[in-house]
Design a protein around this ligand. Structure first.
Ligand SMILES: [Zn+2]
Ligand SMILES: [Zn+2]
Length: 162
């Protein structure tokens, strides 16, 4: 699996030039649909992979709003590049290599979107690290970023030594 172009998506300075605006709703399919109940993690999305019509799919991965460069830029300009759920800052952890890296999560479930959904980069998008992003997408249960923050907090208290 190629990861290069996916990583490029997260770095505005190395934007993939072949990326085009596309149809209203894009769902990407895994090669192995059985894995984790048919889910693909956001980082495993393959750009240019076959796109299916809405209604013929059961698996939602990242949607076009999470990949839209302009929307991403505005979201990050507002929130910064720290994970809104766990607080990870890639620049802090990985230095220059990680600087500016973050995923952007679209809070509205794709299944609830109308055909002409207008994305508000501040209301609808939120920066999250790939770990938290995967957790948000792992199960189709409407998990919100707020619920994930609570889960991380609860889990941290449970696993605290002593
Ligand atoms: Zn995180
Ligand atoms: Zn997402």
């Amino acid at each position: 699996m190629k990861h290069g172009s996916i990583l490029s998506d997260n770095f505005p300075q190395s934007r993939v030039s072949s990326q085009r605006k596309s149809t209203p709703v894009i769902r990407y399919w895994a090669k192995d649909r059985l894995r984790i109940a048919g889910q693909l993690f956001p980082d495993e999305v393959i750009p240019g992979v076959k796109v299916f019509d809405e209604g013929s799919v059961t698996s939602v991965l990242v949607n076009k709003y999470e990949r839209d460069p302009a929307a991403r830029k505005e979201c990050i300009a507002h929130y910064g590049v720290t994970c809104a759920a766990c607080g990870l800052d890639f620049g802090e952890r990985y230095g220059d290599r990680g600087k500016g890296f973050i995923h952007v999560h679209h809070r509205v479930r794709v299944s609830k979107l109308g055909k002409s959904h207008t994305v508000d980069p501040i209301k609808h998008l939120i920066p999250v690290c790939p770990n938290c992003h995967a957790m948000l997408h792992t199960v189709q249960d409407d998990m919100t970023v707020e619920a994930l923050i609570e889960l991380i907090r609860t889990q941290a208290a449970l696993t605290k030594p002593g």
